[in-house]
Ligand binder design. Structure first.
Ligand code: GRF
Length: 218
């Protein structure tokens, strides 16, 4: 059987990309990384893969957003990716691009969605007095951070936590959560229908939770 093809969209450091590369190298994720797609040509994420797998373009070099996203979409299609993962990709995707890859685009977000969409999630969790925080992986829809949540990893906020300490602790969870969700995806067990995530064909009305053995539990 040929392994599933994964493309990653990233804008910055790429530590979640690295977590996927490490899982593939360790044999715990049966997949092939077919490209890293980046809106910032100098991003460190690009350096994590061989140059043949790097695609980057600056949106300002296109006449408009549609032009940029047409080029990005064409490159993603040419990669033959089965799954497209936004991991620290700092642009909102347009409706046409999302529709083109509907049901196979995932995003990792550093909060327990639907709490704290958008930026500055760690400060927002502290400011809200939340007892828990964490990370979510969800299907992408045009509305930001609003697609069906597949799985989450949680932690308890302590009185000593700062936005920086939470960012570091959540990031460590992200590095375990993202490969776990991709394991489901490449096994053909994950789908989306009518705005709901399906696992093994069953609608999931509550996200799966990452356990201490990196398994996703109902
Ligand atoms: C992660 O916290 C991710 O959830 C958020 O941006 C950060 C990207 O980190 N969307 P990295 O580039 O994967 O290191």
């Amino acid at each position: 059987m040929t392994s599933s093809r994964i493309a990653v969209l990233a804008s910055g450091r790429g530590s979640n990309l690295q977590a996927l590369l490490d899982a593939i190298a360790a044999g715990t994720l049966q997949a092939q990384l077919v490209g890293v797609f980046c809106d910032r040509p100098g991003a460190p994420a690009l350096l994590r893969v061989p140059s043949a797998l790097r695609w980057s373009a600056r949106p300002v070099d296109f006449p408009d957003r549609d032009g940029y996203e047409q080029a990005l979409g064409d490159a993603l299609a040419a990669s033959g990716a089965d799954w497209i993962v936004c991991a620290g990709y700092m642009r909102i995707l347009g409706a046409a691009l999302v529709a083109r890859f509907s049901g196979r685009m995932l995003n990792i977000h550093p909060s327990l969605l639907p709490r704290h969409r958008g930026l500055h999630t760690h400060a927002a969790a502290l400011a809200s007095g939340d007892a828990e925080h964490g990370a979510s992986v969800h299907f992408i829809i045009p509305e930001l951070d609003a697609g069906a949540v597949i799985a989450q990893a949680r932690l308890a906020i302590s009185p000593q936590d700062t936005a920086d300490s939470l960012a570091a602790r959540v990031l460590a969870l992200e590095h375990r959560l993202l490969p776990a969700v991709l394991r489901l995806a490449v096994a053909g067990r994950l789908a989306e229908r009518g705005g709901t995530a399906l696992v093994d064909g069953q609608p999931m009305f509550t996200p799966l939770t990452l356990d201490s053995h990196d398994r996703l539990m109902p």
